[in-house]
Design a protein around this ligand. Sequence first.
Ligand code: HMG
Ligand code: MG
Length: 327
Amino acid sequence: SSTDRIKLIEVGPRDGLQNEKGIIPFETKIELIERLAKAGLTNIEAGSFVSPKWVPQMDNSSQILTHLLTSPPKSSSPLTFSFLTPNQRGLTNALDLLSANSGKYTTSSPTPSTPAVEIAIFAAATESFSKKNLNSSVAQSLETYKHVIQSAKEHSPSSSPLRVRAYISVVLGCPFEGYDVSPHRVAEIATELLEMGADEIALGDTTGMGTAPRTKELLTCLRAAGVRNEDVAMHFHDTYGQALVNIAVALEHGIRVFDVSVGGLGGCPYSPGATGNVATEDVVYFLESLGMDTGVDLDAVADCGEWISKELGRANASTVGRAVLGA
Ligand code: HMG
Ligand code: MG
């Protein structure tokens, strides 16, 4: 049934790579996206229009976007690419590229030959994380996002407005403020972002400090505040190994969109000690065991995780990936 269909957002090319110290070649980033598409991942976060002084690894996101539009990866299903835009400057850079490539993308329904493009903004649930990640208070960042969403919707260089995803980071624990993050504050910020026109709220457990009871408490609080399940996605990092348990809780609550990262790559440069997102391989295996459909080929994505881990000189951080490959 349709309730068994899960939407996975592959964030490996952005969240997975942004923390890598050595600059990863452009060709490797493109090959990663192509392999993910081939494995059946249809929603891929591919880069970030942030300050290169803050996150040097994402500096070639313009070239990535241009390449994806001019030579779209082969895929049996239509693809959607998203890019982070934390301010007006980032949005303008993205919109200029889109204008220059009109006809090569869509903002609504992608087809096998024409991918869709979306943007994402990122707020935080605590003041200290907002300051470290964005150099602004939560209120200032929301003020910025009000304008970013408005101009994204008004100046979308296509017939229908750009879809805007809005992250809220550190919803279940903050590297600077600990476990004491108020679910009510998260619900308030989510409500504000939705009222500004955000199309989806992605709840980020940036530190991986989330547990089953606190995930349940957070989602219950959001529901009580009137935030609908269909407007929510969960973005779990697996630092404490709790991500699959938290996903089980979120599924039970009715959430159907989850962020994943191939090979369990990643971490946030402004969240010391945090490791990667929950591995795509682990989530696909888990969801299949529940009889849910992800559209992802487990063997192909496991190969991709092993390949990119080797490229980065890292151990494969996906438990399922290692098991599938007998490694
Ligand atoms: P700032 O220093 O306050 O901004 O940073 P500024 O306006 O003073 O600009 C500083 C310099 O950056 C200037 O250059 C600007 O032109 C330039 P200079 O004049 O010094 O030569 N600049 C830009 N360049 C390119 N693109 C831009 C841009 N904006 C300014 N868009 C700013 C404010 C928001 C820019 C900065 O804090 C920033 O880039 N932060 C991004 C941090 C980041 O990317 N973090 C990782 C992503 S979030 C995450 O991983 C969490 C998530 O996965 C969910 C979860 O797990 O919770 C999403
Ligand atoms: Mg993240």
